[in-house]
Design a protein around this ligand. Structure first.
Ligand code: UDP
Length: 242
């Protein structure tokens, strides 16, 4: 990658697990993955060794797979072991969670049994706000808050379900059950809704198909040990070509 093409210029945004840098091209930014991990709305903080590099590889491979299957995304290319070049978007302040198997809050708040398969995928919306603790909210809240239009939300909902189908197959082929995961979407310069952010063990619940072992950030959240090993195993399986 010749240096003159995309140089990091200034830090535009620093989140919990990533930094976003401007480049000499206004339509492109660099997404840098950090080893930092947080949970429970920032109450638990630590580092997971090698996470930035592992998540860059995992996320890049997944974006490439989704693009090959017709999903519009912000991904342009991997730039280095912990950086990817992505299209600049305006992030829609809605975290979209898709669930296939009951875990986490479905068990705690709604009385499902952990591991229970849902009759059909459940799409939930959470307000993307650290100060407010990312509350669960409805389509009507989103429209009332003018975070997105009805047309944009219809597009997001159908993309989320399509991505879920593709990702369920992707993980199944690698011996993994996709329990649930979180997506973020952005508005590109031309107004198009595209998938943004990342897809990695930080943002998915991934259980081994055969042993049921948890291979994602829950190992960090609940001090289960072997966190780096789980991310490395996911990275290894992602590289399996079918
Ligand atoms: N998730 C995420 N970032 C968030 C919130 C959720 O990546 O800020 C992912 C999380 O890893 C899991 C799914 O979305 O795969 C559901 O997470 P949630 O925090 O809603 O967990 P639960 O409420 O089920 O405990």
């Amino acid at each position: 990658m010749p240096n003159f093409v995309k140089m990091k210029k200034e830090l535009l945004y620093e989140g919990k697990a990533k930094r976003i840098w401007s480049t000499d091209d206004h339509s492109l930014v660099i997404q840098e993955f950090k080893d930092d991990a947080t949970a429970f709305n920032g109450l638990k903080k630590d580092q997971i060794k090698n996470k930035g590099v592992l998540n860059t590889g995992i996320s890049s491979a997944i974006f490439e797979y989704l693009i090959a299957h017709g999903i519009p995304t912000h991904f342009v290319k991997a730039l280095s072991e912990n950086e990817m070049l992505v299209k600049r978007v305006e992030i829609i302040k809605v975290e979209v969670v898709i669930r296939n198997i009951a875990a986490g809050s479905l068990v705690k708040k709604f009385g499902f049994a952990e591991g229970e398969e849902l009759k059909f995928p459940l799409v939930e919306y959470y307000l993307k706000s650290d100060e407010l603790g990312d509350p669960l909210f409805s389509l009507e809240h989103i429209l009332t808050l003018e975070l997105a239009t009805k047309d944009e939300m219809e597009k997001i909902h159908s993309l989320a379900l399509k991505i879920n189908e593709l990702m369920q197959k992707f993980w199944f082929d690698r011996g993994i059950d996709l329990v649930d995961f979180k997506l973020e979407f952005g508005r590109a310069a031309n107004g198009e809704i595209i998938l943004a952010d990342e897809i990695s063990p930080d943002t998915c619940r991934l259980w081994d198909l055969h042993t049921g072992e948890k291979m994602d950030k829950d190992r960090f959240r609940f001090d289960m040990g072997k966190v780096e090993e789980a991310y490395a195993e996911i990275s290894r399986r992602v590289k399996i070509h079918n």
